[in-house]
Design a protein around this ligand. Structure first.
Ligand SMILES: *Cc1c(COP(=O)(O)O)cnc(C)c1O
Length: 418
C-alpha cells in the first residue's frame, strides 16, 4: 500500500483507500479550479449554497467600483454612461438576463431580471391565468414552497373570480390535469426532499390538457442545466441568491416563452417596463420582449453583484456541472449509508439521478439539534421543519473531500448524541 504524502489532508476515520479514491475524483474534476473564485471561511464545509450561495471573490471589487466610481463619481450619468458598450445602468437588467438565459435554456429576450422570486411569481401566474380565462384552478404540489402557495392564494382572492388553489401530492399532478385547471405551478426541485420533477414530461402532459405551466427554478438555476425551451415551458421564475450566488436578496428572474410574449400581460406595468421610459408618456406601452416585466428602477447595487457573480459560470460547461453535482451527491449518499444503519436517519432524496436536484436530505427525529451541532463543527447545512436535515452541494466550490469531511462531521455529531 502506498503511504500518503505529507500534503495530503489528514482525515482521521477515513480509510486510506477511500481517501485515495476521493482524491482521484477531485484530481479529475474539470471544475476544481472554480473553488478559487469564491470566498469561503477557513475550516468550514458550506453545504447551504441552496439557501444562500457563497460570495464570488470578484464581487467586492465590482461593488467598490460601482460605489466609488459610478455612484460616487459619475453619479446620475451612470444610467447612460458606457451605453455604447452596454455598460450603462439602464442595460444592467438586460445584461444580467442574458447571462441567466444561458443557464436556464432560454433566449435572452425571454428573460427579465429584477424584484424577488415571490413578486415575479405573482407576475407570471397572473399572466398565465389571463391567458386561460375560462378556467379557475391553479394546480400545485401540496408541499410547494410557502411563498408559492401564498402568492397563488392571494392572487386568486384578488381576482375575485372564484379561483381555487388546488394542492395535490406532486406525484399525482399528471392525473389531476382536469379541464378546470388553468395553470400548474410547480417547483422543479422540492426544497425539502431535493426531488426533481420531470419538467418536459409534466409540461407535455399539461399542454395536452390545455394547462399552462409555471415553474419555480429556485433550486435549479445554477445547480444544473435547465432546458426551458426544450421542455416547452410557458413561464418560470427563479432566485438570484441561491445557486447563482448573487448575494442576500439578489434580484430574481422571470421567463416568459417567446410565443406568449405578445399576449402575456405584465400584471405590474411600471415605467421601467415601458418601451421608452424617458419619453414619460402618459399611457403604458410595453417594452419589447421580457424587459416589460422589469417594473421599477433597477436595483443597481444588487444587480451589479449578481452580474459579476454570474461571470463565474462563463467558462463552465453545464454538462460538467451536472456530472459533478451527481458525483458529489452520490458520494455523500454512499458514505452516509452506514450511518443510516446505526442511527435513525432516513434518506428522502431519490437515488435515481433523473429525479435528483443538487441537494441531499434526511429525516432525523432530532434534526434541529443535529444541525445545530453540525454547524458548531463548521459543517453548515440547514434544518427544515419538521425533521429534515438538508445538505446542498455546489459543483463550483465543493470537492469530494469536502463531502467526506461533512460525513465525518455527521458521524461525530450522531455518535456524540447517542
Ligand atoms: C428560496 C425560494 C423562494 C424565494 O422567494 P423570495 O421571494 O426570494 O423570498 C421562492 N420559491 C422557492 C421554491 C424557493 O426555494
Amino acid at each position: 500500500m502506498t503511504t500518503l504524502p505529507d500534503h495530503r489532508p489528514a482525515l482521521p476515520g477515513l480509510a486510506p483507500n477511500l481517501l485515495e479514491h476521493l482524491l482521484t475524483l477531485d484530481a479529475r474534476d474539470p471544475l476544481a479550479h472554480k473553488r478559487a473564485e469564491f470566498t469561503l471561511p477557513e475550516g468550514v464545509v458550506y453545504l447551504d449554497g441552496n439557501s444562500l450561495g457563497a460570495m464570488p471573490r470578484a464581487v467586492p471589487g465590482r461593488l467598490a467600483r460601482v460605489l466609488h466610481g459610478e455612484w460616487g463619481e459619475a453619479l446620475i450619468r451612470s444610467w447612460t454612461a458606457g451605453a455604447e458598450r452596454g455598460e450603462d445602468w439602464m442595460a444592467l437588467p438586460d445584461r444580467v438576463a442574458a447571462k441567466v438565459a444561458r443557464l436556464i435554456g432560454a433566449q435572452a429576450h425571454e428573460v427579465a431580471v429584477g424584484d424577488s422570486t415571490s413578486v415575479n411569481l405573482f407576475k407570471v401566474l397572473a399572466a398565465a391565468l389571463h391567458l386561460n380565462p375560462d378556467r379557475r384552478v391553479i394546480l400545485t404540489d401540496a408541499e410547494n414552497f410557502p411563498t408559492d402557495l401564498y402568492v397563488a392564494q392571494g392572487l386568486g382572492e384578488l381576482l375575485g373570480r372564484g379561483h381555487e388553489l388546488r394542492r395535490v401530492p406532486a406525484r399525482e399532478i399528471a392525473a389531476q390535469l382536469t379541464p378546470d385547471v388553468a395553470a400548474v405551478l410547480l417547483t422543479e426541485v422540492d426544497y425539502r426532499t431535493g426531488e426533481r420533477l420531470d419538467m418536459a414530461a409534466v409540461t407535455a402532459a399539461a399542454h395536452a390538457q390545455g394547462v399552462l405551466t409555471v415553474w419555480d427554478l429556485a433550486h435549479s438555476a445554477g445547480a444544473f442545466p435547465v432546458d426551458l425551451r426544450g421542455a416547452g415551458a410557458d413561464f418560470a421564475v427563479g432566485c438570484g441568491y441561491k445557486y447563482l450566488n448573487g448575494g442576500p436578496g439578489a434580484p430574481a428572474f422571470v421567463f416568459v416563452a417567446e410565443r406568449h410574449l405578445p399576449h402575456a400581460p405584465t400584471a405590474l406595468s411600471g415605467w421601467m417596463g415601458h418601451a421608452e421610459p424617458f419619453e414619460m408618456e402618459c399611457t403604458y406601452r410595453p417594452a419589447e420582449h421580457a424587459r416589460r416585466f422589469v417594473v421599477g428602477t433597477p436595483q443597481v447595487l444588487s444587480l451589479s453583484a449578481l452580474d459579476t457573480a454570474l461571470d463565474v459560470f462563463a467558462d463552465v460547461n453545464l454538462g460538467d456541472l451536472r456530472a459533478k453535482s451527481l458525483s458529489l451527491t452520490d458520494t455523500f449518499i454512499t458514505l452516509m449509508a452506514p450511518l443510516g444503519e446505526r442511527f435513525p436517519l432516513t434518506l428522502v432524496t431519490p437515488l435515481d439521478h433523473a429525479r435528483r436536484g443538487s441537494q441531499v436530505s434526511y429525516r432525523h427525529p432530532d434534526a434541529a439539534r443535529v444541525m445545530d451541532r453540525l454547524t458548531g463543527r463548521g459543517i453548515i447545512g440547514d434544518f427544515r421543519t419538521p425533521d429534515i436535515l438538508r445538505f446542498g452541494f455546489t459543483p463550483l466550490y465543493h470537492s469530494h473531500l469536502d463531502v467526506a469531511r461533512a460525513v465525518l462531521g455527521v458521524q461525530a455529531v450522531l455518535e456524540e448524541q447517542a
